[in-house]
Design a protein around this ligand. Structure first.
Ligand code: AMP
Length: 430
């Protein structure tokens, strides 16, 4: 099987690393990839993974490449190409591609669509309203006492959610998004949700249009600084499993969301093949969906794929073909922890081109994998090229040992200004 992976982050490195272990895979490319991805080799024939200089949103270029190289399967990592209709475009030419089509990707691309869908199909979520008018939005926020989350409808690089605790904050957020257009066209409409309290977890389910196979729990760390302080980031670390639900409770939470979601998809003609990733708050009155994503989480993928025992190429094929019902997902019971090392200044502005040392030493540690995100090769060095630089991941007999192993690897790696959270998985270890 000849595989093309789209994207360049830690999630895509994890996808490439796991797919490269499949005996089915004979050749692999990644567009555009990163310095870690191009060091991977295929288990079957030791062939190197080749990075291709095409951006993840260059849909015509990627399609020509897939056709010319006779790619058997294209795997899409990030949300943008999905929202742009990459899957539809490939399918028009009978090119096999994994991920939701444009209509199905709306679950992530439009929060207004998702909120209304949840309400139509009885999926547990926050009390909410959708608005295009600032005065209407403000009246609704007032009915919640100003305690609300104001969300831009469209994709906003993970920054389109403003948490408000009083009316002054809520009005300011409504003005920023709807009137001043802080997120451009993504904020032409907004969703306002009541503010929910509780423990937040990530769920992932692999879907084939009829069946949704739930993954174990994971927890992301969105804020840039320890103690959940600082700005929202793409994600500073993750671990799996998150021990706030027993297996039985997880199954019940999954059913309460996935059963009505699948029924709703069938009723509305949405053929979802890919990962559905709901962000869920475990509140005192039960689990509630905050939002849906329509792709693998980053850095959740790094901890999931270091635990997954199945052949990922087989699972993604079954997700396309509608044959997931016959498959069982198998997970290594060892917990996995990923600590993100970021550039100084991230999630704000940051410098690039800082040489990274210690990668070879970290690579020699057992049950440890350093996934690259913002890295490139410059001469004979690996240097930083993004905000999130590395996802240092380790797995072990228990969560504490996995956490310690991940931080032991972090300690070996150095680049100027590196910053990382020191409390990844701490909530679970308290
Ligand atoms: P979202 O992109 O919609 O998941 O929102 C980003 C982050 O904002 C989430 O991961 C939560 O931490 C927080 N958030 C979103 N909606 C709510 C809500 N209704 N109540 C409390 N926190 C929220």
């Amino acid at each position: 099987m000849r595989i093309l992976v789209i994207g360049s982050g830690g999630r895509e490195h994890a996808l490439v690393w796991k797919l490269a272990q499949s005996p089915h895979v004979t050749q692999m490319w990644c567009a555009p990839g990163n310095a870690g991805i191009r060091q991977e080799r295929l288990a079957r024939n030791n062939a190197p993974v080749q990075c291709v200089n095409l951006g993840a949103e260059d849909l015509p270029g990627l399609k020509s490449f897939a056709r010319e190289q006779r790619v058997d399967l294209t795997v899409v990592g990030p949300d943008n190409p999905l929202a742009l209709g990459m899957v539809d475009l490939f399918q028009q030419d009978r090119l096999r591609i994994w991920g939701p089509n444009r209509k199905a990707a709306q679950f992530e691309a439009s929060k207004v669509f998702s909120q209304r869908f949840m309400e139509r199909h009885g999926i547990p979520t926050a009390r909410a309203g959708t608005f295009a008018d600032a005065a209407d939005a403000s009246r609704f926020a007032a009915s919640l006492g100003g305690r609300c989350a104001v969300k831009a409808d469209g994709l906003a690089l993970g920054k389109g959610v403003l948490i408000c605790r009083d009316m002054a904050q809520a009005n300011q957020a409504i003005q920023e998004v709807l009137v001043q257009k802080a997120f451009g066209g993504a904020g032409a409409n907004i969703v306002i949700q009541e503010l929910l309290e509780g423990m937040e977890i990530s769920l992932h389910a692999l879907c084939d249009g009829k069946t949704a196979k739930l993954f174990p729990t994971a927890q992301d760390h969105k804020r840039a600084l320890d103690g959940d302080l600082g700005l929202n980031s793409g994600g500073m670390g993750a671990y799996s499993p998150a021990p706030f639900l027993s297996a039985k409770e997880l199954a019940a939470v999954g059913d309460s969301i996935l059963e009505p979601w699948l029924r709703g998809c069938v009723a509305e003609g949405i053929d979802f093949h890919g990962i559905l990733y709901p962000g869920v708050m475990l509140t005192q009155t039960g689990p509630k969906v905050l939002e849906f994503n329509a792709r693998f989480g980053d850095p959740e993928t790094q901890v999931y794929l270091t635990r997954l025992e199945n052949d990922l190429a087989e699972l993604l094929s079954a997700s396309i073909d509608g044959t997931l019902g016959k498959m069982d997902l198998r997970w290594n019971p060892m917990p996995s922890v990923c600590v993100v090392m970021a550039s100084a200044g991230y999630p704000g502005g940051y410098a690039k081109g800082k040489p990274i040392s210690g990668l070879d030493e970290a690579a020699r540690l057992p049950n440890t994998k350093v996934f690259h995100a913002g890295t490139v090769r410059a001469g004979d060095q690996t240097v930083t090229s993004g905000g999130r630089v590395l996802g240092v991941t380790a797995w072990a007999r228990d969560l504490r040992a996995a956490r310690d192993a991940a931080y032991a690897a972090v300690k070996l790696i150095r680049f100027e200004g590196a910053h990382f959270r020191r409390d990844i998985a701490a909530k679970a270890l308290r």
